[in-house]
Write a protein that binds this ligand. Sequence first.
Ligand SMILES: [Zn+2]
Length: 493
Amino acid sequence: MRPLLYKPCQQPPAPSPAPPQGPRRGQVAVFLLLILTALVFVLLWNVDVHRIITTKTRAQNAGDAAALAAARWQGIGLNLVGELNLLHALALSANNATAVDAITNVQARVLFTAPLMGLAAAQVAAKNNGMYAEDDFTQIMQQHAQEVRQYGTLIGGVPLFEQPYPTAWVDYADMLDALVADGIAAGPDNSAFYGDSTGGHILRDRAFYEAVAGKTWCWFYLNNMDLLQNYTDYHWWPPLPPPTPQVPYNAEFLSLQIHPVSLALNQIITNDTTLVTEAVREGIDMSDFIASNVMTRTETWYVYNGEAWGAWSQIDTSGDDPFPLTGPVRPEYNYTGADAMFRVYATVDRLTPGLDGSSSNSDSVVWTAAAKVFGAVGPETARRPPSSYGLVLPAFSAVRLIPVDACSGASNGSFDMDWRRHIDEHLTAYLSFGPQNNGCWYCQQLTTWEPSGGSRTFQNEGLTWLGANSYQCTITSGGGGGGSRGGGRRRGH
Ligand SMILES: [Zn+2]
C-alpha cells in the first residue's frame, strides 16, 4: 500500500508586495480623510440632533408655562370682579353709595390690570424656561404702546376709542412700556387689537389665504361665494375699514370677556336666594343682606359677554369632523370664554449645514400653547358653567392646557411675525399696486388668486368644482363663526 500523500491545497505564494509608490500612498490618505470627515459629520450631526431636541423641549416648556401663568391671572381677575359684584350688592344693602362707586371703579381697572399681570407673568415663565426676549415681539409691543397713547385722539370730537375709566389709555400704555423694557419673550397670540378686528375684511382673515393655498373651494361656498363669482382684480376689494369708535372694556391681550351693564340686579339674576347662596359658598357673611335694597336698583354690574361664553363647540366630539379628545368634557366645563394663547420662538445653532443649502446655520423652533381657566357655579349636585347666571361671580379654581385649535382667537396669529408683517405692511401696497413679490407666503397666495391678463382661471376652477361637488360642503364645527376657525388643523398643542 502506498501511503496516502497529503498535499495541502495551496495557492502559489503571492509575490511580495512592492513598497507603496507615490500615487497609491496619496489614495490611502484621501480615503482616510474621507472616512474622518464622515465621522466628524456624524459626530456634529449627533450634536445638532441633540440640540434640536433640547431646544424643542425648552420651547415647549416655556410656551406651556407662559400660557398657564397667563390663564391663572385671567382666573384671578374674573374671581376678583365676581367678588366685587358681591361686595357691590352688600354695599347697596347697607346703603353705602361711596363704597359702590369705589367698587365699580376698581372693577373697570381689574379688566386691564389682571390681563396685563398675566402678560407679565407669561414673560417671566417663558424666560425662566430658557427663552430670550424676541426682538420682533418687543418691537410690536413697543409700537403698540405708542398706538395706545393715541387711542384718546379726538376725530370729529369723538375719541378713537373711548376710555373705560379715566386715565385708562395712559395706564395701559405705561404697563405695556414696562413690559417692553424687560423684553417680550412670549407673544400673546390670540390678542384682539381694537384697531384691526379680524372680521373687518377678508384680506385680514387667514382662512382666506389658506383656502386659496389648499384650493379649499368649500370655504368660498360657505363663507363668500360672491368673492369667487365676481372678483375681477385687486381693485375689486373694498378699502380696509378704519377702527370703529367703541368703548373697549377688556384689554386687547388676554381679555376677560366680560363687560359692565346698567341694569337692576333682578333683571340679571332673578332670584336673590341664588345670589346669597353663591356668596355664602365664597365665605362672605350675608346675614345682614337686605334684598329689597339691592335687587331693583339700576346699577353698574359686570356680566359675561354672552357670545364669548357659549358652548365649546370647537371641541365637539361627534359629527363628521369630531375633535380628537381623550375623554368627554364635563357639562359645567363646556364653555369658551377667557383663554390664553402664547407663541415662543427659539433658535438652534447648527454645526452642520442645512439640507436646503442655505448658508444660515440656525433653525427656528416655534411653539404655540393655549391654556384656559375652569370653574363652575351652582350646588355640588348640579354644577353649571360659570356664566350660567349672567352675573360674574367668583367661580374659577383651575387652569389647564387646551389644544391650540380649541382656543378663542386661535386664528388671529397676533404675534405670528409673517402674518403681522403681511397685514400691517403688505396689504396697503397690495390694494394700490396688486400682488407683491416679496417672499411673503400670504402675498404668494394673492398672486395665485389674482387673474392674470383678465383670465379668471383660478376662480373658474373653483366654480367648476363647486358646480359638481358643492353638496360635499358642510359646516362641520364652530358654524356661524364666520370662518374664524382658520384653516389649520392644529388640534394638538
Ligand atoms: Zn404679504
